[in-house]
Design a protein around this ligand. Structure first.
Ligand code: XBP
Ligand code: MG
Length: 249
């Protein structure tokens, strides 16, 4: 029997639904401040999420929608992204964005049982830290791997390999929590098992490689809905279920 040693969490979409009313608004505020008439609607943003990473996403948008834009992108993109990061932090600290159902309960349960915790996110480090500071405690996480710490962002497995390396852990002793196809691919390529919690932007993606797909992690008084997988009569996700999942084929 394999022993569960660690839980590794993605941030955006997994710990909290940060994209629609967090990152998207922060991008738009940074654009307006720079006198750019770019405004990312909810629908357009859903398409732009195809590209991981804020700087990479801005570049992708310019290439697709403003191919004749003449400014020096190597200067402009980091500037816009820095301004966007400040706006995002403000949005988070204002308390607009809360954790998803079951996240805090599960993390506290893990911590109390000596299960190690880590973060693996494409988002910039200040963004991940702001969410953790406001809603959890960054000190609970042994490794917070974020943004440009690896060259190749998700769907590349590099960020997960980095976390495993930092924690000196084997993949089969860990369980990952993700919300997107990109995140699942990254974890899968690092040989990690993954639980997916869906939301509006990712609900139609292909999660056939996941160990379990749920609408959220659930609470004792608010059961999850199972989209894919077997939960052994549980109605919310707990450490016992995590232990069962890592021991399944
Ligand atoms: C999150 C991302 C990030 C955020 C924006 O993906 O792709 O780029 O959208 O954050 P995941 P930054 O949840 O798979 O890690 O602007 O800080 O990149
Ligand atoms: Mg995510």
């Amino acid at each position: 029997m394999t022993q569960l040693k660690a839980l590794i969490f993605d941030v955006d979409g997994t710990l909290a639904e940060t994209e629609r009313n967090g990152h998207r608004l922060a991008f738009n505020r940074a654009f307006a401040e720079a006198n750019l008439n770019w405004n990312w609607s909810e629908t357009l943003y859903g398409e732009l999420l195809e590209v991981s990473g804020g700087k990479e996403r801005i570049r992708h948008y310019i290439q697709l929608y403003n191919p004749n834009f003449k400014e020096d992108l190597e200067t402009l993109i980091p500037q816009l992204h820095q301004a966007k990061t400040a706006h995002y932090r403000q949005l988070l600290l204002s308390g607009e964005i809360q954790l998803r159902l079951g996240v805090k309960r599960l993390i506290e349960e893990a911590d109390s049982q000596g299960i190690r915790l880590a973060i693996a996110t494409t988002s910039a480090l200040p963004n991940a830290l702001a969410l953790l500071e406001k809603n959890l405690n960054p000190d609970w996480f042994e490794v917070i791997a974020a943004g440009d710490i690896v060259t190749h962002k998700k769907p590349a497995p590099d960020i997960y390999k980095y976390v495993l390396n930092q924690m000196n852990l084997e993949a089969d002793k860990c369980l990952v929590f993700e919300d997107s196809f990109h995140g699942l691919q990254a974890a899968y390529e690092a040989n990690l098992k993954t639980v997916i919690t869906l939301h509006n932007y990712t609900k139609n993606q292909d999660f056939s490689l996941a160990s379990l797909v749920l609408n959220h992690l659930g609470e004792p008084e608010k059961c999850f809905t199972i989209i894919k997988g077997d939960v052994q009569h549980k109605d919310y996700f707990d450490i016992e279920l995590a232990k069962i999942l890592i021991n399944k084929e």
